[in-house]
Design a protein around this ligand. Structure first.
Ligand code: LLP
Length: 430
């Protein structure tokens, strides 16, 4: 199985975290998001352990909560001693409502509104990652108005694009995020942040992409950022902290083999140490921001099969009771997934199907021409590795209710997000 929390029991049913998925579907209905708490906690611990091992404990993993956001996940992250990356007033509000420590929150975003920045300052959010000059000026003004000093990071575009399986080093990256190095904008921003009253420029941040399998782009990004830090140091601008972002790839398809996280940490830490020595820099305090790799492999989505439609010579559509409203990633990115007939998980996967959702939209597909165990109406399908960017990217298109999220721990399940009702859908209608 692609995730360690998945198995097949003696009944031939798929299990997650020791719970039988067929029983979960019967108890909570479908569609149903299921997450395994042990897998989530293990991922956090492995990131923390490798920071201890390779940076002598001088660092902190921040959970990128856009991957999966609800109160319970912030409680778990707080218990695991993680920091958190939030990107909106809504994520910030949720984190605080769950009692997540404000000082361990990094607030990101390329266009934080003044209301969002005010909320962050009022609630003593630890760090604001500034994206642009306008924001630096706004922050300085708000700091004066509110009698606050603000810990600021600058988001830098290091000129490395790792969005595909092959990374490229470009002179000038076209991105809405952050300050460009090549044009001198990043340097100008550092000077501005250093000089503006109320701001304390403590760190630099970069994020080179998501679902990345190679280690080299991360190393190159670290090197570029440290060289920039050394340049600033010569100007008298001391930067003590470095956030290297997230983006570590996970296994969606059986043929994918991502690097273990500690291999990534070891190699990047080697680059950090070597570059610091060459540039005569003190090793900065290191942050990383994994999202997908913490929750992605820990989640699955369960559906009930409705119609099975064979179009001879064309393809077989298996229609499920969810679709792009709970998982828009195939429609958006042609994302790969493994699909299993959960109640026949012990059988061979020799039925080639296209899994279709129930929206009025031909592109509402979860996977095309994929091999699953034979299935018929009433069977339970499981789509694997849906823990990241599924629930958080869900919608109410066609007025379809969002499914509940159930957390499993050692075979026991509990609802952590209730499913929406039709009344919920009309709650704000006048
Ligand atoms: N830090 C920053 C600044 C980010 O922008 C992101 C992701 C992360 C950390 C976490 O990256 P991760 O470790 O999860 O790869 N909706 C897309 C993914 C968008 C990622 C955006 N930024 C998807 O479904 O694949």
């Amino acid at each position: 199985m692609i995730s360690t929390c998945l198995d097949v029991n003696e009944k031939g049913h798929l299990t997650i975290g020791g719970a039988d998925t067929v029983d979960l579907a019967a108890a909570y209905g479908t569609p149903l998001y299921v997450m395994d708490e042990t897998a989530i906690r293990e991922a956090c611990r492995s990131y923390k352990a490798s920071i201890d091992e390779f940076y002598g404990g001088k660092g902190l993993p921040l959970y990128a909560s856009k991957a999966f956001c609800c109160k319970e996940i912030y409680r778990i992250m707080a218990e695991e001693g993680m920091g958190a990356d939030v990107v909106s007033g809504g994520e910030l509000y949720t984190a605080l409502a769950a009692g997540f420590p404000a000082d361990k929150i990094f607030f990101h975003g390329n266009n934080k509104t003044e209301a969002e920045l005010k909320l962050a300052l009022e609630k003593n959010v630890g760090t604001i990652v500034a994206d642009n000059m306008t924001e630096l000026h706004t922050l300085s003004r708000l700091a004066a108005e509110m009698g606050r000093r603000v810990r600021v990071f600058l988001r830098i575009k290091p000129g490395i694009d790792a969005h595909t399986h092959n990374f490229i080093r470009t002179g000038q990256i076209d991105s809405k995020f952050g300050f460009a190095l090549e044009t001198g904008e990043a340097e100008e921003a550092a000077r501005l942040a250093h000089s503006l009253s109320g701001l304390e420029l403590v760190g630099l941040h970069c994020h080179i992409g998501s679902q990345i399998f190679e280690l080299d782009p991360f190393c190159l990004a670290a090197e570029v950022m440290l060289r920039f830090m050394a340049r600033l140091q010569k100007e008298g601008i001391q930067i003590k902290e470095l956030n290297l972002g997230g983006g570590f790839g996970i296994r969606y398809k059986e043929e994918e083999h991502p690097q273990p996280y500690h291999a990534f940490m070891e190699k990047v830490a080697g680059t950090v140490a070597a570059t610091c020595a060459a540039e005569k820099l003190e090793t900065p305090y290191i942050y990383i921001e994994p999202g997908r790799s913490i929750v992605g492999p820990a989640g699955i989505t369960l559906y009930t099969v409705g119609a099975v439609k064979d179009i001879p010579g064309v393809r077989t559509y298996v229609s499920i009771d969810g679709g792009m409203t709970d998982n828009p990633r195939y429609a958006l990115y042609q994302a790969g997934y493994e699909v299993i007939t959960a109640n026949k998980a012990g059988k061979p996967r020799n039925f080639t199907v296209t899994v279709a959702g129930k929206c009025c939209e031909s592109g509402d597909l979860i996977q095309e021409n994929t091999k699953i165990q034979y299935c018929e109406p009433g069977d339970i399908l499981a789509v694997l590795a849906t823990g990241a960017y599924n629930y958080t990217m869900s919608s109410n298109y066609n007025r379809i209710c969002r499914p509940p999220v159930v957390m499993v721990k050692d075979g026991e399940a509990r609802v952590i997000v209730k499913g929406e009702t039709y009344e919920d859908l009309c709650r704000n209608d006048m």
